[in-house]
Design a protein around this ligand. Structure first.
Ligand SMILES: [Zn+2]
Length: 400
């Protein structure tokens, strides 16, 4: 067990602001903490040892249907796992915990892998015939073990690997001071979700530092390098990665115009469209960019949750549509031609602990299965991309 998880974390508005996909997004304040900040244990979520044990079990029980590989090592030497199920032509890549304090996605992924690995139903058989599903659960394992957003890596370790950076200012996303109750002073680290670059062969250049949130990253962390290499490997084997889904947590928004708390926000937009003036800087990626497909995929998740009817599962909103973040995994892979979808369940573990875990995990699972079903039978392509614009927006205040 992670000892730190037994202790309480101090709740503050900084916690809420830090919880978002981007520290600079426009609606950083999400309203008050609905839980009152009592016992914020996260023991009900998996730690690294439990993940490894569970993955080995899944592989054994599935009799080879679920294949578990070590794809790389974190900076602290823990394994990053690549889990594959299915043998179809359509590739669906799903990642959890690039922010190590955003834990529901890992549980949801394991539940889905368990079901796909063990079910003999005709529906699952068809999914495995049509799709190759690749999961990267708990991508930022070192951050997960510390129950925090960033990884654990010093700037001098980066310079050791990239000597050309010895005279530049450290990357802007290098955390060295206390943040959201986490000790980055004695254990510095990076927000890995700004370390991606749409040029998958990018090599760090001194003139690109310290960079900024709205600029591409550099693949200076072993965690982003591992995911980049998985992506490139799939691209060379299958010619494309059809779908990429990244699983996160956010603050506590409301469904716009209502008093209803958002259960999960979703999005298919992470960078400016290369075919628009705002996206002209991405012109070289325009031919591959699949914004309509990303919107259709997002709609399949939305529709699957709406089908639950009359429950918190229908409280789904669009995440901030104004972000332009090429250094995120989603932004980078969108520019490389994948249909891309973001899930952001409400409530960071610092705020919610493990409260509502069951409900939030079920929300993620339902959305993911909506996408998996829609890609399996091709029905995703029948959806009208512009219906995406009808998904309600998020609001930081109720009833407006
Ligand atoms: Zn996140």
């Amino acid at each position: 067990m992670n000892v730190k998880k037994k202790f309480f974390k101090v709740l503050s508005s900084t916690v809420i602001a830090a919880a978002l996909l981007g520290p600079n997004v426009s609606f950083a304040e999400r309203g008050p903490n609905p839980t009152g900040g009592t016992n914020l244990s996260t023991e009900a979520f998996l730690n690294y040892d439990e993940l490894v044990k569970k993955l080995n079990q899944l592989e054994q029980v599935s009799k080879g249907k679920v294949k578990v590989e070590v794809a790389g090592q974190t900076n602290q030497g823990r394994s990053i796992h690549k889990v594959t199920v299915g043998h179809g032509d359509k590739v669906v890549l799903i990642q959890s915990e690039i922010h190590g304090n955003e834990k529901t996605g890992t549980v949801a992924l394991l539940n889905i892998l368990e079901n796909l690995g063990q079910s003999n139903s005709p529906e699952v058989k068809k999914m495995l015939d049509e799709l190759t599903i690749v999961a990267i659960p708990m991508m930022n394992v070192d951050g997960s073990e510390l129950d925090r957003r960033g990884n654990e890596m010093t700037w001098s370790e980066v310079v050791g690997k990239f000597p050309q950076l010895s005279n530049v200012k450290p990357a802007w996303n290098y955390y060295t001071t206390p943040r959201s109750g986490d000790d980055y002073a004695s254990k510095p680290g990076f927000d890995v979700n700004r370390d991606f670059n749409p040029n998958l062969n990018y090599v760090p250049k001194p003139q690109d530092f310290p960079g900024a949130s709205e600029k591409p990253g550099w693949f200076i962390t072993p965690e982003s390098q591992t995911v980049r290499d998985i992506y490139k490997g799939l691209k060379s084997k299958f010619g494309k990665v059809d779908v990429f889904i990244d699983l996160h947590h956010q603050g506590f928004p409301y469904i716009e115009g209502t008093d209803d708390r958002v259960t999960m926000s979703i999005s298919g937009k992470f960078v400016a469209n290369p075919s628009t003036p705002a996206g002209a800087k991405y012109a070289e990626y325009a031919d591959n960019f699949k914004y309509d497909f990303s919107r259709q995929l997002t709609l399949t998740a939305y529709n699957a949750l709406q089908a639950k009817g009359n429950s918190v599962f229908t409280n789904i909103s669009l995440y901030d549509q104004s972000i332009d973040l090429p250094g995120t995994a989603l932004g980078t892979f969108a520019l490389n031609g994948s249909g891309t979808v973001l899930f952001e369940v409400s409530g960071q573990t610092q705020n919610f602990g493990q409260k509502e875990k069951g409900q939030l995990v079920k929300t993620v699972e339902t959305g993911l299965m909506g996408i998996i079903n829609g890609v399996t039978d091709g029905s995703v392509h029948n959806l009208n991309p512009s219906d995406y614009e009808n998904i309600p927006e998020s609001s930081s205040t109720p009833g407006i």
